[in-house]
Design a protein around this ligand. Structure first.
Ligand code: GLA
Length: 384
């Protein structure tokens, strides 16, 4: 169901009112992994997979949320919203209502229909796309209009405070600010950003290892804690270092021996990844695709070896792509521990590349991967 009109009719049949419909995309991160919560740099692009949210008011004080993906409806009392997750898919939507209530808005009753095609648990930010689509829908209902960066923060709070995942700002930010055929270099410290055009001749081939990943699971927060422990060691010597964004590789040479070995490795990844991400944005802006590809490869192996956030399957997907015709750069994208690799590929080779990589992966790992040839897409918006 790519047609927002279809979500509209489905909503009308179920709730007897024509909804306002909003779309919010998932994303692929080209480079800059686990740098966002360290106030560093990321360079994602929104992709042509999205969540659609249709909303209409109700007069009975209830909030009804229906998912066309799960074929299930949940009902809440608008005057007594839950205050934390229940482990259900509806958490991402009701969490957004919860943060709007925290902003001082009285949340009226509403019916919300959701449908999305962002693959779940694949590191393509299905959860952020649900949050952002829901946020635009609720904004329209309560007559609020947040500037993009503030709306991204609000959605991040739904994830941090309600869902309980300690994620950064990247996913929500790019879902809101994405632009067709562009990647976005975001400075996660002050949320300033610049757009970098992705040349026409470059396709985004997303290869799903089919290994499920979860940001709410144990590994993501563990990595975050380890890297923060490394930062605390540096801060003992240089109090101006508040986040790893402020630290340098020289700091690790001076004080790395005071850190737990794992903490040192995590910090080395984050500090070097920040340098690579800024360099990658320059390379993309200068049309130096060779350098961009080199930085992506370096980023992957730093993510795999120092951050230990890859897995056998994702390493294989990157290795098996390396000598295929048309490849510019490949790496594991997103929170890690499974999910997808992103491959920048010469567009005229993209179909053949995807087919060949899929074959090779199936032969080596014994799993048939899903391959998507994507394009960088516009951020969240209202649809007719
Ligand atoms: C997940 C989080 C993001 C970011 C990435 C890793 O997608 O939601 O905030 O930390 O992992 O780069």
């Amino acid at each position: 169901m790519h047609d927002p009109g279809q979500l509209g009719s489905l909503h009308l049949n179920r709730f007897q009112l024509e909804p306002a419909v909003f779309a919010a995309p998932g994303r692929v991160n080209l480079i800059g992994e686990h740098t966002d919560y360290a106030e560093g740099f990321v360079m994602p692009a929104a992709i042509n997979f999205a969540t659609l949210a249709g909303i209409s008011p109700r007069s009975d004080g209830k909030i009804a949320i229906y998912s066309e993906n799960f074929h299930e409806e949940r009902t809440f009392d608008a005057a007594a919203l839950p205050v934390k997750r229940s482990g259900h898919w509806s958490d991402y939507a009701i969490g957004v209502a919860y943060v709007f209530a925290g902003e001082g808005y009285r949340i009226p009753g509403f019916s919300l229909s959701l449908w999305g095609d962002v693959p779940l648990g694949s590191g393509l930010s299905s959860s952020a796309s649900v949050e952002v689509a829901t946020a635009l829908a609720i904004e329209s209902l309560i007559g609020a209009s947040y500037p993009g960066p503030l709306l991204a923060r609000l959605c991040q709070r739904a994830e941090n405070q309600f869902v309980g995942a300690s994620s950064g700002i990247m996913d929500q930010f790019i879902s809101i600010h994405g632009k067709e055929n562009h990647a976005l270099l975001l400075d996660c410290r002050d949320l300033s950003y610049k757009m970098a055009p992705i040349p026409d001749r470059v396709a985004l081939v997303i290869a799903n290892t089919m290994v499920k990943h979860s940001v709410a699971g144990g590994d993501y927060p563990t990595r975050r804690r380890e890297s923060e422990a490394a930062c605390a060691v540096i801060a003992r010597h240089r109090p101006e270092v508040k986040f790893l964004r402020d630290a340098t590789l020289e700091d690790l040479e001076c004080w790395g021996h005071e850190m737990e070995p794992k903490a040192l490795m995590r910090a080395r990844h984050i500090i070097s990844e920040n340098l690579r991400t800024v360099a990658a944005a320059d390379a993309l802006l200068n049309g130096d695709l060779k350098e961009l590809g080199r930085l992506m490869a370096e980023a992957h192996w730093s993510y795999s070896r120092d951050f230990e956030a890859s897995c056998v399957e994702a390493d294989a997907m990157v290795e098996l792509a390396a000598d295929l015709p048309g490849l510019i750069g490949a790496r594991l994208t997103g929170g890690g521990f499974g999910g997808c690799t992103v491959n920048l590929v010469e567009r005229n080779e993209a179909e053949a590349f995807a087919a060949k990589l899929g074959e090779r992966y199936a032969a080596r790992i014994g799993i048939i991967p899903e391959m998507h040839i994507c394009r960088a897409s516009a951020g969240a918006h209202r649809v007719a």
